[in-house]
Write a protein that binds this ligand. Structure first.
Ligand SMILES: NC(=O)C[C@H](N)C(=O)O
Length: 582
């Protein structure tokens, strides 16, 4: 990230509306025309003397000198009509992106003056529409109109212009209250305070006080080889659904109907939701007919993980993790990905799982490996075939001395299990295949005894499970809690994985089956047909009693759940006919 050089920096300020330029009409605030004329009267935003001395055109403004050798000259392009941002839609944001494209070569940077209510959505959408940005695009606005005595608008606009004019930050950003954020990481958190925005999962790119502090390692690098690409084809039929305790499956079904093509589902905590079978059934049915569902947490901070059983149930329903994306960014990303022509459903899902514009933090292999070995790269590790010759040149030098053979072996012992498990977690067949090609044993275990098969079974990655089984891994390997891959697949209700494991001879151990009667009765009492079916598929005896002697069928009968009764009876009838693995 460089400082902008040259005696004059030219910026375009695109004024779309918002409180910053509003006036009171009939007791309410409405967007006001002629913002440039107001700015011309404000000394901090215009140096009339310089403009006259340099014969700047009528519509051009110039900031007072920020440094002795540089001037920021800007023009305000007023949109027609102006909007309260509550009324803005993808159509208006596409127009902004196209305006930037039209003027891209004439200006060193762009400031978008926008209402605050939907500014985080706008910044997110623009970040996906503008690919290969090499210049800053900074959104800003105000909580109080700029002509008022006590307004945040003057400082916000000045800050945005200074940041865009003085630094080459090739991203869509949002500047508010002395902080420059990555736009697609922001959310509006306060209706009145001047500190209206926050970036819960990424620190600001820059902070302005007596000094400007740039968080250089966070700023994205521009790709100087490629040109700006503006993606105007954004899918409007995307939605946002917030789960709440007790949400009826019927409501979810209605919401997910066509023409909706993608939905961001705001879930509890680290990505959990109710595990009611009818609700999961609706989600699964929608996913099966091609609706894309992205799971984002409704918490302000933190990420979706699969630490809890209800989270796994969600994952089992064909839902994509949004990790730590804001809902605004996820919605914009969905609209962008669905708007891309000619992609298959699986291509779209792959694109959604990638970090495209710095909008989400993906769990890395390093996260799983721990801090002590950070910096070692997967490719390097895999290329460490006991010979220093295979260490890439780029790893040499004073900061990264070549390890001895023993060190290299010790490092491999520590790091390879984590790497293999990370690949299994991500469903990354290519990396696992690389292990095989280098003659590595895929039975390796991490510190808790987990094998790649455990992880793939737990995540429901059937293709990875099939590949591992084909390579002859131990199908009944137990982790330190005595759990087999089959048990993890049952918990996740991953039917295709259960089938694969059973076909490879997997058994639930006597220890895993110890309390199965109680578990089956619990599932029967909650009418969880899918859970019951998973245990049955895994070879559990559905007639096992719970601690006080009741079996699942009796519990279902007592609860008057005819569907579950019918299911249990049909499964029990099929038990004798079912081929038993040896
Ligand atoms: N502070 C603001 O700009 C709020 C206004 N309603 C808008 O979003 O346009």
């Amino acid at each position: 990230m460089a400082r902008a050089t040259g005696p004059e920096q030219r910026l375009l300020a695109i004024y779309t509306g918002g409180t910053i330029g509003m006036r009171s009409e009939g007791g309410v605030l409405v967007p006001g025309r002629g913002l440039a004329a107001v700015l011309r009267t404000l000394h901090m935003l215009h140096d009339e003397e310089y403009a006259r001395a340099h014969s700047l055109p009528e519509d051009t403004l110039v900031l007072p000198p920020a440094s002795s050798d540089q001037r920021i000259i800007y023009k305000v392009l007023e949109c027609q009509p102006l909007f309260d941002s509550s009324d803005m839609t993808i159509t208006e944001w596409v127009q902004i992106a196209q305006t930037i494209e039209r003027h891209y070569t004439q200006y060193q940077g762009f400031v978008v003056i926008h209402g605050t209510d939907t500014m985080a959505f706008a910044a997110s959408v623009l970040s996906f529409m503008l690919e290969n940005l090499q210049k800053p695009v900074i959104l800003t606005g105000a909580q109080v109109p700029i002509h008022e005595l006590w307004s945040d608008g003057r400082e916000n606009l000045l800050g945005a212009l200074l940041m865009a004019g003085q630094y080459v930050i090739p991203e869509v950003c949002l500047f508010f209250q002395n902080q420059l954020f990555r736009g697609n990481r922001t959310t509006k958190v306060d209706a009145r305070r001047f500190a209206a925005f926050c970036s819960p999962n990424l620190p600001p790119l820059a902070t302005v006080g007596a000094d400007v502090t740039i968080n250089r390692e966070l700023v994205r690098k521009a790709s100087w080889k490629s040109h700006l690409v503006v993606h105007s084809n954004m899918e409007p039929d995307v939605g946002l659904l917030r789960l709440y305790p007790g949400i009826p499956a019927s409501l979810v079904r209605t919401f997910l109907q066509p023409p909706l093509k993608g939905v961001v589902m705001e879930t509890f905590g680290s990505g959990n939701g109710p595990t009611k079978p009818d609700l999961l059934q609706e989600l699964r049915a929608a996913a099966e007919r091609g609706l894309i569902i992205v799971n984002c947490t409704h918490c302000l901070q933190g990420a979706v993980t699969s630490d809890y059983a209800p989270g796994m149930a969600m994952a089992g329903a064909g839902i994509i993790s949004g990790f730590d994306m804001t809902s605004e960014a996820a919605l914009a990303k969905l609209s962008y990905v669905l708007g891309q022509p000619g992609l298959s459903l699986s291509d779209r899902k792959k694109l959604l799982a990638k970090d495209l514009r710095g909008e989400m933090t993906l769990p890395t292999t390093d996260d799983l490996l721990g801090d002590d070995m950070l910096g070692c790269r997967a490719t390097w590790l895999l290329s460490m075939n006991g010979s220093q010759d295979s260490v890439p040149q780029s790893m040499e030098g004073p900061m990264s001395p070549l390890p001895s053979h023993q060190d290299a072996d010790a490092m491999k012992d520590v790091l390879l299990p984590g790497l293999a498990l990370a690949a299994a977690h991500a469903g990354d067949l290519d990396t696992l295949q690389a292990f095989v090609e280098l003659g590595r044993d895929l039975n390796l275990k991490d510190y808790s005894g987990q094998t790649p098969l455990h992880v793939a079974a737990r995540r429901g990655h059937a293709s990875v499970v099939a590949m591992l089984l084909q390579k002859g891994v131990d199908v009944d390997a137990c982790n330190e809690d005595g759990q087999s891959p089959l048990l993890l697949a049952v918990r996740g209700r991953h039917q295709s994985v259960i089938r694969l494991l059973r076909a490879a001879g997997a058994h639930l151990s006597p220890q895993e089956l110890e309390d199965v009667g109680t578990e089956l009765c619990r599932l029967a009492s909650r009418a969880d047909s899918e859970g019951l079916r998973a245990w049955w598929q895994a070879g559990a005896d559905l007639g096992q009693p719970d601690y006080d002697g009741h079996c699942a069928l009796q519990v279902a009968e007592a609860a008057g759940n005819a569907d579950v009764v019918a299911l249990l009876q049909s499964l029990e009838d099929r038990v004798s006919a079912q081929p038993q693995p040896h």
